[in-house]
Design a protein around this ligand. Structure first.
Ligand code: HEM
Length: 409
């Protein structure tokens, strides 16, 4: 396995990840402050990690008046087409209106049984592996596959082999497209990537509907990463793992007959999730493009400006979270959904305003189901083969997976 400079053993985990995941932004910020302009090839971006600035700016713009950077729209077209993530103006209003009802509590409950089913299938696989004497499981891989199966069923109504096929094709598409990002803003970028673009478009155009793909890409990876990072944090904090187990026992009781209605009462689990999303936000940045001039204090942000909001930087900023910004401290989220930050725009795991994530309730449910079933069944600790290397590849992920030593509880 190739080593890089961001490697470290599990004993060095500090959660202070900004300089590891985004060394350029980290050092530019030191010179240029919390709001500055930088260039990606021919495209300029306004970089923001100042929640006060963002608050004033967003208060002046209606959701339908924000665009998504057109430079990314072209790039990601094969992935999500004109689905909700990239739609703009009245088209966005229409899409959002059509899609939002998918996530009503009633609809979510019907999805719950397939979440339980897929998670139990994963647990069976783990049982078989553990019984064969191999206790090391790459839980990232496993949870991505399970979340992929769930979202493929939810998005395309496909399970079993067909679901797996669609999942594998879409993952390939995502990997192909990610490689093209290095050329964003470089003139004639399409010439560099013609083969990749065509390869990706073939799958994109012929086989899949934009909105289904949007769900798929929006849903499987972010959710599975939030669970994966949580398992790392719980492996490091046995005390909280035990507290969550006690809570599950008290609130849910018999997990063999999991009553979905009780999940909402898992308060500590919600704190854990909120803190995990703060330290390791699966969507590490949020982008916008201004569709008209916006005045922020004495600064005019001209129409067409690309905006890059560095969520990782904000979530680790001591001026927003205090000196313990890089510590796992659930107390922040007791009685405060914004984690006692000094500005609620400093906590953006699901984005902000009218364009905030439409699927977050689905995530809450899946997160609670998967964790409830896993914690009730297994004990785990970090494998000696684990190397801590958080990396941004579209999402914030563990670069070399998350191998854990798993034993029946
Ligand atoms: C931990 C899980 C998730 C995280 C961290 C996450 C994060 C985000 C973020 C940061 C945005 C951009 C918001 C903005 O621009 O202000 C977003 C938008 C979106 N997400 Fe999620 N998401 C998650 C789960 C899901 C799921 C499960 C689905 C669907 C099944 C989904 C579908 C979408 C869609 C369709 C949008 C575009 C909304 C719009 O532009 O109106 N997300 N999400």
């Amino acid at each position: 396995m190739k080593r890089n400079s961001s490697f470290s053993s599990s004993f060095d985990i500090t959660h202070n990840i900004h300089s590891i995941t985004s060394p350029y932004y980290y050092s530019w910020q030191k010179y240029f402050g919390k709001v500055f302009i930088y260039w990606l090839g021919t495209e300029s971006f306004l970089y923001i990690v100042d929640p006060g600035f963002l608050k004033i700016m967003s208060s002046k713009v209606l959701a339908k008046k924000w665009g998504k950077p057109s430079v990314f729209r072209k790039d990601r077209e094969p992935m999500v087409g004109n689905g909700l993530v990239m739609a703009e103006g009245t088209a966005w209003v229409h899409h959002r209106h059509v899609i939002a009802p998918t996530f009503t509590p009633l609809n979510l409950k019907t999805m719950a049984s397939m979440m339980v089913y897929s998670t139990r299938k994963m647990i069976k696989r783990w049982d078989t592996q553990i019984n064969s004497g191999n206790l090391e499981i790459d839980v990232e891989n496993e949870i991505v596959a399970t979340a992929g199966e769930i979202i493929a069923k939810a998005s395309f109504g496909m399970g079993g082999e067909n679901g797996k096929l669609v999942f594998n094709q879409l993952r390939t598409l995502q990997m192909i497209l990610f490689k093209t990002n290095e050329y964003v803003g470089v003139p004639f970028e399409k010439l560099f990537n013609l083969k990749k673009t065509l390869e990706a478009k073939k799958i994109g155009e012929e086989e899949l509907l934009d909105e289904c793909k949007t769900f798929f890409f929006g849903g499987y990876e972010t959710t599975s990463l939030s669970i994966t990072w949580t398992l790392l944090l719980l492996a490091l904090h046995q005390d909280w793992k035990n507290q969550l187990r006690d809570e599950i026992k008290q609130v849910i009781g018999n997990v063999e007959e999991l009553d979905i209605n009780l999940l909402a009462n898992l308060k500590k689990m919600k704190w854990v999730m909120s803190e995990a999303l703060r330290l390791y936000p699966p969507s590490p940045n949020v982008q916008r493009q201004t569709m008209e001039d916006i005045q922020v204090n004495n600064l005019k942000v001209p129409k067409g400006t690309n905006i890059w909001i560095d969520v990782v930087a904000m979530h680790h900023d001591v001026t927003i979270w205090g000196i313990n910004a890089n510590k796992f401290k659930l107390e922040r989220f007791m009685n405060d959904v914004n984690g006692k930050s000094n500005n609620k725009m400093g906590y953006l795991p699901f984005g902000f305003g009218g364009r905030a994530c439409v699927g977050r309730n689905l995530t809450f449910m899946e997160y609670k189901i998967v964790l409830t079933l896993l914690l009730s069944k297994f004990n785990f600790k970090i494998s000696p083969s684990y190397h801590y290397s958080p990396t941004i590849m579209l999402s914030l992920r563990p670069n070399h997976g998350l191998p854990l030593i798993v034993r029946p509880f």
